[in-house]
Design a protein around this ligand. Structure first.
Ligand SMILES: NC(=O)c1ccc[n+]([C@@H]2O[C@H](COP(=O)([O-])OP(=O)(O)OC[C@H]3O[C@@H](n4cnc5c(N)ncnc54)[C@H](OP(=O)(O)O)[C@@H]3O)[C@@H](O)[C@H]2O)c1
Length: 325
């Protein structure tokens, strides 16, 4: 492995831009190439971000010998094809959340990566944020006793026009897979897999979920009450409650720089500030894995990604969210 990991960026949208900005915080990262459906978009993005190589197709990007790792940042519906291309070319692949819109196709991605011995990880950046890592360690170490409940919500205010990917069923729109995946993943970090999934959603006329509530039950007796939506700018906070204390996470719970640990009536503030938007932590995890010769991240294991997609499948069916045609 070279001194610097050479990244190729697959697609030229909004998160691709933020990710490239954050990569500059890693001294051992360099963006060598970008690939797009069109040469014009690739060249525009390359010029804006000072990237030396611009490719007018995904295939040309994944075949570029100057690239070690591909970051897939298309709309959800294109993640499968883009990730398969990247894995087929033998490139380490970081694919945006959600991997796909059903667990079966995500299983195919995982199986393909494992068969080929190629690194694959979901870009669930929340898991790599230092404050989130600290919370997981604290809860696992018994800091709040036995966890009994997780509350989390993620709502965004529109309006988005009907052609925006969030509103488009054809592009995998809706709240659940875009923002609901965060509360669901957050609950999974502390409570594992639920044994019961209940859900309700108000759907848009175009057939995607706009305002969604999820209630998960666990064999331990714990519960998770989670909401997500595209109809209001919610508080975006989270709480993990345990038998002897709780953790309160302020806005935005999915990339916090601080939280409050309550034991009985006494609070303590935990602060873990960072520079940038926070996407460099997931990239650093990719670097670590590649340097250690790992094909899966122990921090964001593929089995965990499939667990989350299994829960999302169950919610999708309950609320009548159907991407099938
Ligand atoms: N981790 C996070 O915090 C975070 C935040 C936002 C989004 N995301 C995820 O990142 C993905 C992209 O979100 P975004 O907000 O960046 O979207 P976006 O701004 O709409 O950009 C997506 C890009 O994908 C390409 N594209 C557009 N339509 C396509 C299609 N039909 N098929 C294939 N490619 C298409 C376009 O690039 P080209 O024209 O170059 O092909 C477009 O610029 C989503 O899966 C989302 O869940 C993650």
């Amino acid at each position: 492995m070279a001194d610097r990991i050479r990244w190729g960026i697959l697609s030229t949208g909004s998160i691709a831009s933020t990710f490239v900005d954050d990569l500059r915080l890693l001294p051992d990262a360099v963006v060598t190439a970008v690939g797009s459906r069109t040469s014009a978009a690739a060249e525009r993005f390359a010029a804006a971000h000072d990237i030396p190589r611009a490719h007018g197709s995904w295939q040309a990007l994944v075949d570029d010998p100057e690239v070690d790792a591909i970051y897939v940042a298309t709309p959800h519906t294109a993640h499968f094809d883009a990730t398969m291309l990247s894995l087929a070319a033998g490139k380490a692949t970081l694919t945006e959340k959600p991997f796909t819109l059903d667990v079966a196709s995500s299983e195919t991605l995982v199986q393909t990566a494992r068969e080929r011995g190629v690194f694959l990880m979901e870009a669930m950046w929340m898991r790599c944020i230092p404050a989130v890592r600290r919370m997981v360690d604290l809860v696992a170490g018994g800091a709040i006793g036995e966890p009994t409940a997780v509350h989390a919500d993620f709502g965004m205010a529109g309006p988005w026009d009907g052609t925006h990917r969030l509103m488009s069923r054809a592009l995998g729109g809706g709240a659940l897979y875009d923002v609901g995946i965060y509360p669901v993943t957050f609950a999974h970090l502390f409570l594992g897999m639920p044994s019961s999934v209940q859900a309700w959603a108000r759907m848009t006329p175009g057939g995607v979920d706009a305002n969604t509530g999820i209630l998960l039950g666990y064999d331990s007796g714990a519960l998770a009450a989670l909401t997500c939506g595209l109809v209001g700018d919610s508080a975006r906070r989270a709480t993990i409650t345990g038998t002897t204390g709780r953790i309160e996470v302020p806005r935005d719970f999915f990339h916090p720089q601080a939280f409050t640990l309550w034991r009985g009536d006494s609070p303590s503030e935990v602060e873990l500030p960072f520079e940038g938007a926070g996407y460099h932590f997931e990239a650093a995890e990719v670097h670590r894995c590649l340097r250690e010769g790992l094909t899966e991240s122990p921090l964001i294991p593929l089995a965990g990604t499939l667990d989350i997609l299994t829960v999302l499948d169950a919610v999708r069916v309950k609320v009548g969210l159907d991407y099938s045609d």
